[in-house]
Ligand binder design. Structure first.
Ligand SMILES: Cc1ncc(COP(=O)(O)O)c(C=O)c1O
Length: 375
């Protein structure tokens, strides 16, 4: 049997919606994007939502819109996808790495340790679908006067004390990459409660224009607009917006399927020697973008061996992620810091196949094959 790490779930309705868009007169910067933004803001409970080309541009435009500039420092977790660091660098700022805790999220103590006079913001990443300890981070942000931009790429549907993640900082940034909780293939979203930030993001995603296409088309002179600051082409077109919206309408079903599959793995793997399930204690507050276990010494073989042996049996696994301080271009950011937790996580963690349409049969095969490897 073959079990992929991830399988996209594009329904017949998704496809129908997308095909209908191709017959419309406006293919980008149009009414479907506006509707998606409205529905998204309703779902997460934010005042504004601005669709952009991907999660990385959502982060970059958020940082630029809160005033991050050349030479500023932005604290990010060592354990995240490299996009979090790149977005900071794309603004001319410096990513400052902080260690994680046992939940795989950035630790408040590590943030405190790396704050300097140049620190302007922190980006908590709600890793794998579990929220960071936001009360502690909000307290630091208030005391040290640093802004929070939340990286919610993994966490559509994740709540912290009844608030959707992304609504606690200045902005929240979502990715609609194919493996994420909903997809537009490539795409992203910025959410915020600040009208000023929303307007800046809107303008920056569209070359810095003060008016978007819809606003210009109601005018008899669509060429009349201003550009106060140059921007980018980070727009989300109508086709992708329609896919994201179709998926957003079944987000509860998608989330339920992921959670049920994760709970099934957890039930079967929780008492097994040498296996530790990341965030088992937090299982009821998790949307499981990823299902991660740690292979401890007691398992008998190493994490790498587990990956290789499962691969040979047709089961795809991976590691989320290689810590940032190990990448050549970020090595200088390490200094004499130790990153004890992210380094250990990198040695032990393995991500098992998980996607909304995974079957019990596939999961049983993964569980059975994994347990057979134990020595
Ligand atoms: C934690 C994290 N942040 C940011 C991103 C960037 O999202 P995108 O790939 O849509 O640019 C990703 C995506 O893979 C991610 O996993």
């Amino acid at each position: 049997m073959n079990v992929p790490l991830f399988e996209p779930w594009i329904s017949k309705k998704d496809i129908k919606q997308m095909i209908s868009v191709l017959k419309k007169p406006q293919l980008t910067d149009g009414p479907i994007l506006r509707k998606l933004e409205l529905e998204f803001s309703k779902f997460v409970g934010s005042k504004y939502a601005i669709g952009v080309s991907n999660g990385t541009s959502a982060l970059q435009l958020s940082l630029m819109s809160i005033g991050i500039n050349n030479g500023d420092e932005v604290i990010i977790p060592d354990m995240t996808f490299v996009a979090t660091a790149n977005a900071v660098i794309n603004c001319g700022a410096k990513p400052i790495l902080a260690d994680i805790d046992h939940t795989m999220n950035i630790s408040a103590q590590s943030i405190e340790k790396v704050i300097t006079k140049k620190t302007k913001a922190v980006i908590p990443v709600h890793f794998a679908g579990f929220s960071c300890e936001m009360d502690q981070i909000l307290e630091i942000s208030k005391r040290k006067k640093i802004d929070i931009v939340e990286d919610c790429a993994h966490s559509l549907g994740t709540y912290y004390k009844k608030k959707h993640v992304g609504t606690l900082g200045k902005t929240g940034c979502f990715s609609f990459y194919p493996t994420k909780n909903i997809t537009s293939i490539e795409g992203g979203m910025v959410i915020t409660n600040s009208q000023k930030i929303a307007q800046k993001v809107e303008s920056l995603r569209n070359h810095g224009l003060t008016k978007d296409l819809l606003q210009r088309n109601v005018n008899t002179k669509p060429w009349v607009y201003d550009i106060k600051k140059p921007g980018y082409n980070y727009r989300l077109d109508e086709l992708r917006s329609s896919l994201a919206m179709s998926q957003l309408f079944r987000i509860n079903d998608i989330a339920k399927r992921r959670i049920n599959a994760a709970k099934y793995y957890a039930e079967k793997l929780k008492d097994q020697k040498g296996i530790e399930i990341v965030n088992l204690k937090n299982i009821d507050h998790h949307v499981f973008h990823l299902f991660i276990i740690r292979i401890k010494n007691g398992f008998g073989i190493s994490r790498d061996q587990v990956h290789e042996k499962l691969f040979k049996k047709g089961i795809k696994t991976t590691v989320h992620y290689k810590p940032l301080h190990l990448f050549s271009y970020l090595k200088e950011r390490k200094g004499n810091k130790k990153f004890y937790n992210s380094t250990n996580a990198y040695k032990e963690c393995i991500t098992l196949p998980l996607f909304p349409t995974i079957t019990k049969k596939q999961q049983d095969y993964v569980i059975h094959t994994l347990l057979q490897l134990q020595k």
